[in-house]
Design a binder for this molecule. Structure first.
Ligand SMILES: Cc1ncc(COP(=O)(O)O)c(C=O)c1O
Length: 492
C-alpha cells in the first residue's frame, strides 16, 4: 500500500514539476522511510507518525516535503493575511481538488461558497478562451455587449424567481466587499436626498454578520478582531442583535439611511434570519425611509434551492438592494449590486465607478453562470441534496450527541454546531481527503458545489464520520487547523 502511494505520488510530482527547477521530491524519501519497520532506537513519536501516515490517504505534507519547501519559499513574499493548511492545491475538476503531490480531496467548501458549478466547469473554460480572444477589457468609458446583458439577465431572473419584485438596475463590480461598498454608498446617497440636512446617514448591521474587508463593509462588520486594528471605523454605523425583533425600533431610527443584513449569516455561524425578523426590518425601514439591503453574497444564487435566499418571503419583505458575488463568477472575480428604481434614480453619473467592474470577460462568464444556476432542475437538486446531508448529520449527531448540538441552515449552506473546537475535525477530514471549513464559534460549515452528486455527499459524510471519530479519539491527537474561516475566533 505504502509502495503504491509512493509510486503514485512520484509520477504525479514528475508531472507537476516538469517545467520547474525543483528536483528530488523530499516526500519520496519520506515514504521510503514510512515503509521501514520502526526500530527500538527510533523516537516513539516518529514511530507514531509513521503509523498515523500509513493509515491516512492524504497526510499533511511534513515540514521536509517538497510542498513545504515551495510554500516556505513563497511565504516570505506574501503579506500574511491568511493561515493555510500544509497542502498546495494545483488542480480542480467538479467537486474534487488535487494537491501538488497528486492527492485528491472531495471539496465541501467550494472555495467558500464560490464554485457552485464545481471546479473548472468545461463550458466556462471554453467561454474564457473565446472571450479572451475577443475582448477582455475596455473600461466603463465604452459600451460592451456583456455588462448590459448580464444586468438584464440578473433583473429578469430575479423577478421571475419571486424575489425582489422591484429589482430594476445593476451596478457590476469585482467582489462582495465592493458590492456592499456600493450598497452602503447608495444608501447614504438616498438618505442625503431624502433628508437634505444629512441627518439620515446611519447604517445599521448586525452582530455576527460579515460584509467584507473594505472600510465601509468592515464598518458594517462588528467583529472587534477585524475592526480594532484598523480603527477608527467610518462614523455612523450601528449594530443590533440578529433576529432581535424587539430591538429594531430603537436601532433603526429617523437617522438611519440603510440597514444591511444577511438572510443567512455565513461566516457568523450559518444563522438563519426568521421571516418575521426580516419583515419587521422591512416595515421599520418603510416607517423611517431607510433602504433595506440583503447581503446574499454567500447565501444567494440558488444555494438555498431558490435563486435568492429571500425568495420565500412575501413581496412585503423584499429589499431595496441585493448584493451578490462569490458564485456569480464561479471563481472568476465579479460582484453586483441590484437596486430598485427608487434607489437607482438617486445615483447620477460620477457618483460611483470602477475600472475593472463590468468587464466583458467577467460579465460573459457570469451571464452563463446565472443561466445555469437559475435552472429549476439544479435548484430542485439542491433541496434533495440537503436531505442527504441532513440525514447524515442526524446519524452523526446520534453517534456523537455530546459533541454535535445543532444542525442549522438551508439548502446547501449548512452548519453543524459543536460543543468544542472543530479544527481537529477539519484536519482529520483533510488528511482523509475531505475539505471542510468552520465559521462562527465552533461551527463546521458545509457549502459544497451545488452540482455535487448524491454519491459524493455520501462519500464525504463517511469521511466526516471517520474524522470526528479520529478527532475525538484520545490516541489520535489530531491538531486543529488554523485559519479556516474569515471570522476565526480570537486565538486561532
Ligand atoms: C455575506 C458576505 N458578504 C460579503 C463578503 C465579502 O466578499 P468578498 O470576500 O468577495 O469581498 C463575504 C465573504 O465571505 C460574505 O460571506
Amino acid at each position: 500500500m505504502a509502495l503504491r502511494i509512493a509510486v503514485r505520488r512520484s509520477s504525479a510530482v514528475c508531472h507537476c514539476f516538469a517545467s520547474t527547477s525543483v528536483r528530488e521530491p523530499a516526500f519520496i524519501r519520506r515514504n521510503a522511510s514510512a515503509m521501514a519497520v520502526p526500530t527500538s532506537s527510533q523516537p516513539e513519536k516518529a514511530g507514531n507518525d509513521i503509523h498515523r501516515e500509513a493509515s491516512l490517504s492524504n497526510p499533511d505534507p511534513p515540514t521536509d516535503s517538497q510542498t513545504a519547501a515551495i510554500v516556505g519559499e513563497h511565504l516570505q513574499y506574501m503579506v500574511a493575511t491568511y493561515v493555510r493548511p500544509p497542502p498546495m492545491m494545483v488542480k480542480g475538476e467538479g467537486c474534487y481538488l488535487w494537491d501538488i503531490e497528486n492527492r485528491r480531496y472531495l471539496d465541501f467548501t467550494a472555495g467558500i461558497a464560490v464554485n457552485a458549478l464545481g471546479h473548472c466547469d468545461p463550458e466556462m473554460a471554453k467561454l474564457i478562451g473565446q472571450q479572451a480572444r475577443t475582448l477582455i477589457h475596455t473600461s466603463n468609458l465604452y459600451h460592451n455587449p456583456w455588462t448590459g446583458a448580464l444586468s438584464q439577465l440578473l433583473i429578469s431572473k430575479t423577478r421571475d424567481s419571486g424575489s425582489m419584485h422591484e429589482a430594476s438596475k445593476v451596478f457590476i463590480c469585482n467582489s462582495g466587499s465592493e458590492a456592499n461598498e456600493a450598497a452602503i454608498k447608495f444608501a447614504r446617497k438616498v438618505g442625503k436626498i431624502r433628508q437634505l440636512s444629512g441627518e439620515q446617514h446611519e447604517i445599521v448591521s448586525f452582530n455576527q454578520s460579515f460584509h467584507g474587508r473594505t472600510m465601509g463593509s468592515l464598518s458594517a462588520t462588528p467583529n472587534p478582531k477585524y475592526q480594532k486594528p484598523f480603527g477608527p471605523m467610518i462614523p455612523g454605523f450601528r449594530y443590533g442583535n440578529y433576529n432581535d425583533e424587539a430591538g429594531i425600533k430603537d436601532l433603526v431610527t429617523e437617522k438611519t439611511c440603510g440597514v444591511i443584513v444577511e438572510p443567512i449569516q455565513g461566516e457568523g455561524g450559518v444563522n438563519v434570519a426568521t421571516p418575521s425578523f426580516l419583515q419587521a426590518l422591512r416595515d421599520r425601514c418603510n416607517e423611517v425611509g431607510a433602504v433595506l439591503i440583503y447581503d446574499e453574497i454567500q447565501c444567494g444564487l440558488s444555494r438555498t434551492g431558490q435563486l435568492w435566499a429571500h425568495a420565500s418571503l412575501p413581496p412585503s419583505a423584499h429589499p431595496d438592494i441585493v448584493t451578490t458575488a462569490k458564485a456569480l463568477g464561479n471563481g472568476f472575480p465579479i460582484g453586483a449590486t441590484m437596486v430598485t428604481e427608487e434607489v437607482a434614480k438617486c445615483i447620477v453619473t460620477g457618483d460611483h465607478g470602477t475600472t475593472f467592474g463590468g468587464n466583458p470577460l467577467a460579465c460573459r462568464l457570469a451571464h452563463y453562470i446565472i443561466s445555469r444556476l437559475s435552472e429549476p432542475k439544479l435548484q430542485q437538486g439542491v433541496l434533495e441534496k440537503e436531505k442527504i446531508f441532513r440525514a447524515g448529520f442526524q446519524r452523526l449527531q446520534e453517534r456523537f450527541p455530546e459533541v454535535i448540538s445543532e444542525v442549522r441552515g438551508r439548502g446547501l449552506i449548512l452548519g453543524l454546531q459543536l460543543t468544542q473546537d472543530p479544527t481537529p475535525i477539519v484536519t482529520a477530514a483533510r488528511e482523509r481527503g475531505l475539505l471542510v471549513i468552520t465559521c462562527g464559534t465552533n461551527t463546521l460549515r458545509f457549502v459544497p458545489p451545488l452540482i455535487i452528486s448524491n454519491e459524493e455527499i455520501e462519500e464525504g459524510l463517511g469521511v466526516l464520520e471517520q474524522a470526528v471519530e479520529a478527532a475525538l479519539s484520545p490516541k489520535e491527537q489530531v491538531d486543529g487547523t488554523k485559519g479556516q474561516q474569515e471570522m476565526a475566533p480570537k486565538g486561532r
